[in-house]
Design a protein around this ligand. Structure first.
Ligand code: TZP
Ligand code: MG
Length: 202
């Protein structure tokens, strides 16, 4: 969820609808806006997540996560390492780390990841530098090696989420499957429901 949301909705309205639909975690992902604006929006998103009892995660920025008293941070392979994030945030916060290869997954595990974000599973236009789609094989391979929560990301929607869960993911992370939809609340509901059904059937 970026500060600039799609269409006529603000990021806060979009988040409110997605949460009302039943999404189970929200990440503040903003790469371009001024930090004072990110902090302001972040406070509102954090308070909203607290109302819905849903964890609020900040992407990339450990400083912002700390200042907002977020529930955790998500770091990529180019961001501050997980162990450094842990020193700053402490043991009670969630630290998620991205992995697109087994080597990156190893690094993430060595860095104390609480969950791995694995992708891009399918092709995506939301993140132009995400690289080629990797499919669900890496999720299968990581799940066979470690007992760590896995979250698939990249081109996931209510139609293909079940494939990701069937491969061994515990959840999915999406941008466009909610933010680019006419009815984000219903999109969030359908996605969460399909994930629950796929987890039940695994
Ligand atoms: N990291 C890997 S793919 C991706 C990120 C942030 C973008 C996901 O967006 P979408 O619209 O769900 O494909
Ligand atoms: Mg990052």
């Amino acid at each position: 969820m970026g500060v600039e949301a799609a269409g006529h909705r603000t990021a806060l309205q979009m988040a409110q609808e997605a949460l009302a639909g039943g999404v189970t975690m929200l990440q503040l992902r903003e790469k371009h806006a001024q930090l004072k604006q990110v902090m302001e929006q972040g406070k509102q998103l954090r308070d909203l997540c607290r109302e819905f009892s849903v964890p609020f995660i900040v992407n990339d920025r450990i400083d912002v996560a700390l200042l907002l008293d977020a529930d955790g941070v998500h770091v990529g392979q180019d961001d501050l390492p997980g162990l450094a994030a842990r020193r700053l945030l402490g043991d009670d916060k969630i630290i998620g780390i991205s992995a697109g290869t087994m080597e990156e997954a190893e690094w993430a595990m060595e860095n104390g990841a609480d969950y791995l974000g694995v992708g891009p599973i399918f092709s995506t236009s939301t993140k132009p530098d995400a690289g080629e789609a990797i499919g669900t094989g890496l999720i299968r391979d990581i799940a066979a090696r470690w007992d760590v929560p896995l979250v698939g990301i990249g081109g996931i929607n209510h139609n293909n989420a079940s494939q990701v869960i069937a491969a061994g993911a515990h959840g999915v992370a999406v941008v466009s499957a909610i933010t680019q939809q006419h009815d984000p609340r219903n999109a969030g509901y359908t996605l969460a429901e399909n994930v629950r059904i796929a987890l039940y059937n695994r």
